[in-house]
Design a protein around this ligand. Structure first.
Ligand code: AHG
Ligand code: MN
Ligand code: MN
Length: 336
């Protein structure tokens, strides 16, 4: 397996069912790989330099204090996509409005839209805990001859043609799906190449983990509180163990491999929850379904069917193995 590079796998993958051109897929991944390697390099020396740890002094459109690495990652991805002639527009968690990328006039290949959370888990940067990048790709809806419109970005998650994440953890791993299973590639930093390491990832059927910021317990709806008690009960393969990193990418990756449910519900102070539909929930929902699981808003609404109305909108979010997500939904219906 060690010899199977991401580039080689993508060419095979395309034959197996990706309905867009291999060239487009390779160009998209060329940008993603380049930016993620630049971030990997910065992350791995973060303790050594003040240039990359700490705040940038800016409050972003989310009302959150931007970290220097948030800004670095945002710029790395924009620059990388700009030079590949495949993407025509990017919406980023770190930018209020979408960014237009002008292709050459006669170039009809710049027809993809990227939505991105360049650096996920900002609160973990300065304490050496796993962080990530989440990305999502759509085909533009407007004619290539016209200007991009907001509708090109406000597409339902079920229109994604590619979604994935990179986790900068004990190793750097890129996990993605084009709708044909979920596959993971580990970066060998000595040669700068991603190699296939996790083929066809599926949520294990017997889950053992629940992931939620229980510090918010007092503000949770009663259905969520009751569900937490259910996870802690002794019955069958319960009690589950609690694991929560505070980086969605890290929590999702662990749950995908070990089997677990991730929950970021609405709270009394955040009625829409915290996570962003377009940059965080849709790509993770796409991966969840591709891994044999389920993702919803906790009230039986499939995340991928939500019609977005604004770029930075938030939604309550639950994902993981199908049965346990359905169980949580039952609690939400019965106790709220
Ligand atoms: P980001 O760093 O991109 O703003 O995302 C942070 C998100 C997500 O990664 C994580 O799961 C969640 O915020 C943690 O929130 P709490 O600290 O409220 O638990
Ligand atoms: Mn995030
Ligand atoms: Mn972020």
């Amino acid at each position: 397996m060690k010899d199977y590079t991401l580039g080689e796998f993508l060419i095979e993958e395309n034959r197996e069912g990706f309905s867009h051109s291999t060239e487009a897929l390779l160009r998209l991944f060329s940008s993603i790989k380049l930016a993620s390697k630049a971030i990997h390099k910065e992350v791995n020396k973060a303790g050594l330099t003040k240039e990359i740890i700490g705040g940038s002094g800016i409050t972003n459109v989310q009302g959150e204090k931007q970290q220097k690495l948030d800004d670095f990652a945002h710029r790395a991805f924009i620059e990388s996509f700009k030079s590949r002639n495949v993407v025509c527009g990017i919406a980023s968690e770190e930018s209020k409005d979408f960014i237009v990328i002008k292709g050459k006039q006669e170039n009809i290949k710049n027809q993809y839209i990227v939505l991105i959370d360049p650096l996920d888990g900002s609160s973990n940067i300065d304490v050496n805990v796993s962080i990530g990048t989440i990305f999502s790709v759509y085909l533009r809806k407007s004619s290539i001859r016209n200007n991009l419109t907001i509708e090109d970005f406000l597409q339902k998650g079920n229109q994604q043609i590619l979604a994935g994440y990179i986790i900068y953890g004990s190793s750097t791993i890129l996990v993605y799906s084009t709708g044909n299973g979920v596959h993971g590639f580990t970066l060998d930093p000595s040669v700068g190449t991603f190699y296939l390491s996790h083929y066809n990832l599926r949520f294990p059927k017997t889950e053992k983990i629940y992931s939620i910021n229980e510090g918010n317990y007092a503000k949770f709806p009663s259905g969520i509180r009751k569900f937490i008690r259910y996870c802690q009960e002794k019955k069958g393969n319960r009690p589950y163990t609690a694991r929560y990193i505070g980086s969605l990418v890290g929590d999702f990756h662990r749950n995908l491999i070990q089997g677990g449910i991730y929950i970021y519900p609405k709270t009394a102070s955040s009625p829409e929850g915290k996570l962003r539909l377009l940059y965080e929930c849709n790509p993770m929902a796409f991966l969840s379904e591709q891994a044999g699981g389920k993702a919803s808003d906790g009230k039986k609404k499939r995340i991928l069917d939500i019609v977005p109305t604004e770029l930075h909108q938030r939604t309550p979010f639950v994902c993981g193995p199908t049965e346990i997500v359905s169980k949580l939904e039952e609690f939400m219906v019965n106790y709220e």
